[in-house]
Ligand binder design. Structure first.
Ligand SMILES: [Zn+2]
Length: 84
């Protein structure tokens, strides 16, 4: 199984995370131009949802491996658009 090494910014544990467990938020704006997106996952060390910025190359590798892209457009959906 493909796994991606992610280093937790909180506890410094390096996890081998399956791509399907990675949440990629491409709408998160950072000041660092080298960062393409923020990636969130459940850290095996601190058992929390942690988030770290990633650069373009690892981001594309994650997406190619099956990481989940968060679509913030769903959050901004008008309230009248619910099921009839
Ligand atoms: Zn951690």
């Amino acid at each position: 199984m493909t796994v991606i090494a992610m280093r937790c910014p909180a506890c410094r544990t390096t996890d081998a995370v399956p791509p399907s467990a990675l949440l990629v938020d491409v709408n998160t704006v950072t000041d660092d131009a080298s960062c393409a997106a923020a990636v969130a996952w459940i850290c095996a060390g601190c058992h929390e949802l942690v988030c770290a910025p990633v650069e373009w190359a690892p981001l594309l590798a994650m997406i190619g491996a099956g990481a989940v892209l968060l679509d913030s457009a769903e959050v901004d959906e008008p309230s009248g658009a619910g099921p009839a």
